[in-house]
Design a protein around this ligand. Structure first.
Ligand code: AMP
Ligand code: FES
Ligand code: ZN
Ligand code: ZN
Length: 325
């Protein structure tokens, strides 16, 4: 297979785009695509400050690399979750190494260092030992990302969700006819009542395209999945979608783009897109619950059991210990 641009040996063949490229041309093509989507969906401009949430995985580190190469004003945020089997230690190390090599600023918010408990511990206490830590983890990540972005005066928060992630969620929500979630699934969620603007610049980029990008750029990232992800419904839907993509190249992209088009045509026009929010009585972060937010209520339960918990998790500054590269 030959590169369409120069005729050299291609390193990647993207059947969905009927396009094969050599390493050099691929490394310019992918950032151009990302730039096109940032512009098309009005994610952010070069004058704005973007906080990139990095997990140490290929998508978020690849995204940060692309935004940096494109000349955007970025800083990174790594949240230390305290996941076992060396998962969090390794992903923090890789994120710090990435930032230091490029002279970029990475803010590290380690949940145990800041607040006194790891995510798996928090989960055991708040779920009384039942179930996986993923819901407590998701809640904490969303909360910390938003609070950190506001504290640092960022205009937008970017995550590394790729097309495979988006389509897996889309399929799950469609199976459940979760209309409210479908109405809110978008490349950009505008800022609203204390919620910072959230953007997904990789929403149209396939997972394998990010793997190829990181390999070609020499970006070291964590290969393993979180040990708690095993058996998750997202992985199940991704497997089904990979089978469909194998039979019909472009199936995932088409599903996603038709969904965005249907949304634009008003398929969800009757569904209220914005949840009503008000500031949490304790920490001030936006919540749809009456009174205090779920994060503050969770720490209340944990404080009853653990003495090491920071007295006021709601008021500890998050970005105070920014690791400057
Ligand atoms: P996940 O929820 O693990 O599928 O990750 C989706 C996106 O959330 C990643 O691409 C990152 O942008 C962000 N993210 C996940 N884990 C972390 C973390 N520990 N710290 C900062 N950002 C994260
Ligand atoms: Fe949160 Fe696995 S990354 S539980
Ligand atoms: Zn070429
Ligand atoms: Zn709160």
């Amino acid at each position: 297979m030959k590169c369409r641009k120069c005729g050299a040996t291609a390193v990647i063949h993207m059947r969905q785009h009927k396009l094969a490229l050599c390493g050099e041309h691929y490394l310019t093509w992918l950032p151009e695509q990302v730039e096109r989507f940032i512009f098309k969906y009005r994610m952010f401009t070069r004058a704005e400050k973007v906080l990139v949430a990095v997990s140490g995985g290929k998508d978020s580190l690849g995204l940060w690399d692309i935004l940096h190469r494109l000349g955007y004003r970025t800083e990174g945020l790594y949240i230390g979750l305290g996941i076992e089997q060396n998962y969090s230690d390794e992903s923090r190390h890789l994120s710090e190494q990435f930032a230091a090599a490029r002279g970029l600023t990475l803010h590290v918010v380690d949940v145990e260092e800041k607040f006194g408990s790891t995510i798996p511990e928090l989960s055991v206490i708040s779920n009384r030992g039942h179930g996986k830590p993923c819901s407590v983890c998701g809640l904490s990540k969303r909360y910390i990302m938003n609070r950190a972005a506001l504290e640092g005066g960022f205009d937008a928060l970017a995550t590394g969700h790729n097309l495979d992630d988006e389509v897996a969620v889309l399929m799950q929500n469609t199976f459940n006819w979760a209309a409210g979630y479908l109405a809110r699934q978008a490349p950009v969620l505008p800022a609203q009542d204390g919620l910072v603007r959230k953007v997904k610049p990789l929403c149209r980029i396939y997972e394998r395209e990010m793997t190829a990008y990181c390999l070609l750029r020499g970006i070291e990232y964590i290969y393993e999945e979180c040990p708690h992800a095993e058996g998750s419904s997202t992985i199940y839907y991704k497997e089904i979608l990979n089978k469909m993509e194998g039979d019909r190249p472009g199936a995932k992209l088409q599903f996603y783009l038709s969904f965005l088009q249907a949304r634009e045509n008003g398929l969800f026009a009757n569904i209220k897109q914005e949840v009503e929010l008000h500031p949490c009585e304790r920490c001030g972060q936006p919540t749809s619950a009456p009174g205090e937010c779920a994060w503050c209520r969770m720490w209340d339960k944990v404080k009853l059991v653990k003495r090491t918990v920071t007295a006021n998790p709601e008021s500890v500054p998050l970005l105070g210990l920014a690791a400057q590269a």
